[in-house]
Write a protein that binds this ligand. Structure first.
Ligand code: URA
Length: 250
C-alpha cells in the first residue's frame, strides 16, 4: 500500500472486506459487535484510517479484523492447485478464507505457478505493489529447485549463464540465468537450483527441454530475498511484514 493513509467509512470498509452489506455492518454496530480499541463503535459511518494496525485495533463479532486493504500474503502453493479465478478444479483462492472472495479490491496472484509446481506464491489486493514486483525494471529474481529426469551433460550452467538459449517458438534468447547443482549431477535424477530474472510461460520446464532434459518436479524457493519459510506448510499462508515485503526487492 502507498504510505499515505486513507480514511474510509467503517461500513464501506467492512463491506468491501467481505463482512456483509452495509446494512449488515450497521446491524453489527447496533448490537455493539464492532469494537475499536476495546470500545463499542456507535456510528457505522465513522471514518477510520485504513492502516495495517487496524487488524489489532478493530474487532468484528469478537474476532480480529482481517488484513485491511493494501495487504500481501505468501502462500505455500501445494501441487495440484491452479493459479486462476475461474478454471475447473482446485484453485489457489480456495486456500484463502471464504470471506476474502468477496473483497474489493479483489486478491490476485503475483504472476503464476503451474498447477504441478509448488512453493512460494505471493497474493495481494494492491495493484500498484503487484505491478512493481512483476515490472522488468524492478529486476526481482525468482529461485526454483528442479528435479530432472536425466543426468546433466555438464554444459547447462554455462549455457544458461551465457544468455543465448532460445526457447521453442520464441524469437528472443533467455536472459542469463544462474544454475547450481544441489544433488549429484551424474545421478539418474539430478536436482538443480536456478535463479531467473524474467518470467516466461513455463520457463523452467521449457528451459530444460531446450537443454535436452526434462523437469519432473519444480518448487519455487524464493522471490528476491524473500524465502519460503520451512515451517509454512503446503496449503497455508501468512501475511508479509513490511521487512518481508522489502526483501522482495533486494
Ligand atoms: N517455470 C515453470 O516451468 N513453471 C512454473 O510454474 C514457474 C516457472
Amino acid at each position: 500500500m502507498s504510505d499515505a493513509v486513507q480514511k474510509m467509512r467503517l461500513d464501506r470498509l467492512l463491506a468491501n472486506m467481505g463482512y456483509g452489506s452495509r446494512k449488515d455492518i450497521q446491524a453489527l454496530v447496533k448490537h455493539s459487535r464492532i469494537t475499536l480499541d476495546g470500545v463499542a463503535v456507535s456510528d457505522a459511518d465513522m471514518h477510520v484510517a485504513v492502516s495495517a494496525d487496524l487488524s489489532a485495533r478493530l474487532r468484528v463479532a469478537g474476532a480480529a479484523l482481517d488484513p485491511p486493504p493494501g495487504f500481501i500474503v505468501m502462500l505455500h502453493k501445494p501441487l495440484g492447485v491452479t493459479c486462476s479465478h475461474k478454471e475447473a478444479g482446485p484453485l489457489v483462492y480456495d486456500l484463502l478464507p471464504n470471506r476474502w472472495r468477496a473483497r474489493k479490491p479483489a486478491i490476485s496472484t503475483v504472476g503464476r505457478l503451474d498447477k504441478e509446481t509448488s512453493g512460494l506464491l505471493l497474493m495481494t489486493d494492491d495493484g500498484a505493489l503487484l505491478h512493481r514486483i512483476i515490472a522488468p525494471k524492478s529486476n526481482v529474481t525468482k529461485r526454483y529447485r528442479a528435479t530432472l529426469a536425466r543426468p546433466l551433460r555438464g554444459d547447462e550452467a554455462h549455457t544458461l549463464a551465457a544468455g543465448t538459449l532460445m526457447l521453442d517458438g520464441e524469437s528472443k534468447p533467455l536472459l542469463p540465468a544462474e544454475m547450481q547443482i544441489v544433488a549429484d549431477p551424474a545421478a539418474s535424477e539430478p536436482v538443480v537450483e536456478v535463479t531467473l530474472s524474467e518470467g516466461r510461460y513455463h520457463q523452467v520446464r521449457r528451459m530444460f527441454a531446450a537443454l535436452g532434459n526434462h523437469v519432473t518436479a519444480l518448487h519455487r524457493i524464493s522471490i528476491g530475498a524473500l524465502t519460503l519459510p520451512d515451517d509454512l506448510d503446503a496449503g497455508t499462508f501468512c501475511s508479509l511484514s513490511p521487512d518481508q515485503t522489502s526483501a522482495i526487492f533486494q
